[in-house]
Design a protein around this ligand. Sequence first.
Ligand code: APR
Length: 232
Amino acid sequence: MSEIRNIVILTGAGISAESGVATFRGPGGLWEGHRVEDVCTPEALAHDSVLVHRFYDERRAKLASVEPNAAHVALARLDAEWPGELLLVTQNVDDLHERAGSRRLIHMHGELKSALCAACDARVPWTESLPPRSRCPACGAAELRPDVVFFGEMPYQMDAIDHALSEADLFVSIGTSGAVYPAAGFVRTARYHGAETLELNLERSEGSGWFAETRLGPAGNLVPAWVESLLG
Ligand code: APR
């Protein structure tokens, strides 16, 4: 491997699986018989806001009973000790990366512990359940919704992510099925700019063919070993 200074890491639901957070696809991926693609949309929010809010309320409540696992902890150690540039981009809306201690972190699909005002765009810290038509503390409109990026909406901070990918020497993808864009395309952007590419996942993903190397296994084993090999 040529000299590595700038690292971009992408994580998905698989990194939180060993903490007990359900993944979206694969066994147990359905929620009350609904596909995630049918619940996490602006159309579903408009037509059945009770269902959509309940989906996220259940996930927000679950956070109180889960803890970061060895993979989150290893990435936090890398964040603290890596001397070069590092950006951790997560598709996850849980808070396990920050609870483990990661700081250089972007939640590209939003966060469960935040509410978004559809009227004024205020983002409000939120830890309880979020009933439909809750009032925005900033503007008073009864239009607070979960601060998550639905299918068809633009993920957060894409400019910063694209910039980091364009300068990356190494791109690592952990625990994601490679089914959802734009994140599924990051490996190609990184390769285009000359980065090494590594995938750590339980099984081969839709994107595996794009990575120079894929290591298969649980994130709780693979990620600490990879971090150890980088930091020595
Ligand atoms: N260690 C590593 N990988 C794992 C583990 C584990 N312990 N358990 C499962 N995986 C892998 C699965 O094999 C799968 O490839 O994690 C991946 C999880 O895939 P998804 O459930 O599709 O999750 P993700 O890729 O994060 O989904 C992307 O889709 O619904 C949207 O917005 C939602 O951010 C989410 C996006």
